[in-house]
Design a protein around this ligand. Structure first.
Ligand code: ATP
Ligand code: MG
Length: 357
């Protein structure tokens, strides 16, 4: 640390709470403060980083030097560019650099956003936007189908009363039966929008245990359900029934994907709960979040539908209606959360994230 500066660590301590990499740099290029995320990324302790030339950590040191002198001479309030950050014993990582002035002239804040993280955030935002657009589309479409359905069914019933021929009533029966089937489908499509949100204290392990009991009752043989719980997870406000339904849909898919292994007797589903700190999903940042993983050892999500499994009516299964995951995502989003999927042959991981108080 530079002897002439006042102790900086305490002033900048709050930066340690951020997941973003932050350095406070003197206009001559020496690091005055490095936050813990930056220490972790570089793989060196704060004591090593502070006092050294920050530009030395980049593949092209000149760019940062120019940026710093630009900030120092008031050429801009904030400058952004992409760079490669060196790390000890690791490959350099691509980062988005933001150089910003502070009130104190000689101190400049350099913020680094790892680009993978940026890409992930973009992807999640896109997912949320898509889900929103989907919901609108489904609601409108479902209403359009629902309205004439009652009329079609009623007309078929009237016709049936007028016809004596058994052969012809078979046709009216088909109309009535299919109208009923569509009615059920449409009701399922509209359910998440209509159902009131019953809010209470939710214990996530109660939710897990309910789903576990249901699934074990349905698949009593050949399927092992492993409980890997972090019991310190606090309760949170939410709709228990909705979360049971969401989790059940995910676990049910896993069990269906495991059909072959269930037959062979070595099918496994892991229910894993964890607490995650300082996480971002969607556009929001949360101090604490619950992570609930459903991991199965099945064949994985088919590549052809991988990007679209949360879309309505997308199914890779004979007889599947392709609504299970759409509903699950909607329910979890009503808890300000998000479901993500990471799947490969032999290991599929559905991660449900919900912010905790
Ligand atoms: N754990 C999993 N392993 C492999 N494929 C999966 C898994 N979970 C989901 N899938 C795939 O994603 C598709 C969509 O799932 P989703 O639950 O939305 O619809 P569905 O199961 O086909 O129909 P339903 O509305 O009855 O749930 C499934 O058909 C399946 O192909
Ligand atoms: Mg399903």
């Amino acid at each position: 640390m530079r002897k002439s500066e006042p102790p900086t660590a305490s002033r900048f301590q709050a930066f340690d709470l951020l997941a973003t990499l932050v350095a406070v740099v003197h206009s001559d290029g020496t690091v005055l403060f490095a936050n813990s995320a930056l220490e972790d990324a570089i793989g060196a302790s704060r004591r090593t980083i502070e006092g050294s030339q920050f530009a030395g950590f980049f593949t092209e040191p000149r760019v940062l030097r120019n940026a710093l002198s630009g900030a120092d001479s008031n050429e801009f309030a904030a400058l952004r560019y992409d760079a490669l950050l060196h790390r000890l014993n690791h490959e350099p990582i691509p980062v988005h650099v933001i150089v910003a002035q502070t009130e104190k002239h000689s101190e400049i804040i350099v913020e680094l956003l790892p680009l993978e993280q940026q890409a992930r955030q973009d992807r999640e935002e896109r997912l949320l936007d898509q889900a929103q657009a989907n919901k609108e589309l489904i609601r409108n479409l479902a209403h359009e189908i629902k309205n004439p359905l009652g009329g079609i069914r009623g007309a078929a019933q009237l016709l049936q009363m007028e016809i004596d021929s058994r052969e012809l009533t078979e046709y009216t029966q088909v109309i009535i039966h299919e109208a009923d089937r569509l009615q059920t489908l449409v009701d399922r499509l509209l359910a998440p929008h209509r159902k009131p949100h019953v809010v209470g204290d939710v214990n996530i392990h109660e939710v897990c245990e309910r789903v576990r009991a249901l699934i074990q009752a349905e698949f009593p043989k050949g399927l092992q359900v492993v409980q890997d719980y972090d019991t310190s997870i606090p309760e949170f406000r939410g709709d228990r029934e909705q979360l049971i339904q969401a989790l059940l849909n995910i676990v049910h898919n896993a069990a269906q994907a495991l059909a072959e292994r269930i037959g062979a007797g070595d099918a496994q589903i892991i229910l894993r709960t964890r607490i995650a700190r300082q996480v971002t999903f969607g556009k929001q940042r949360y101090r604490l979040a619950l992570e609930l993983h459903v991991i199965d050892n099945g064949p994985g999500v088919p590549d052809s539908i991988k990007d679209r499994i949360f879309f309505p009516l997308v199914s890779g299964r004979d007889g599947g209606s392709g609504l299970g995951l759409t509903l699950a995502q909607t329910f979890v989003q009503q808890h300000h959360g998000l479901i993500e999927c990471d799947s490969a042959a032999g290991r599929t991981d559905f991660k449900m994230q919900i912010p905790l108080p």
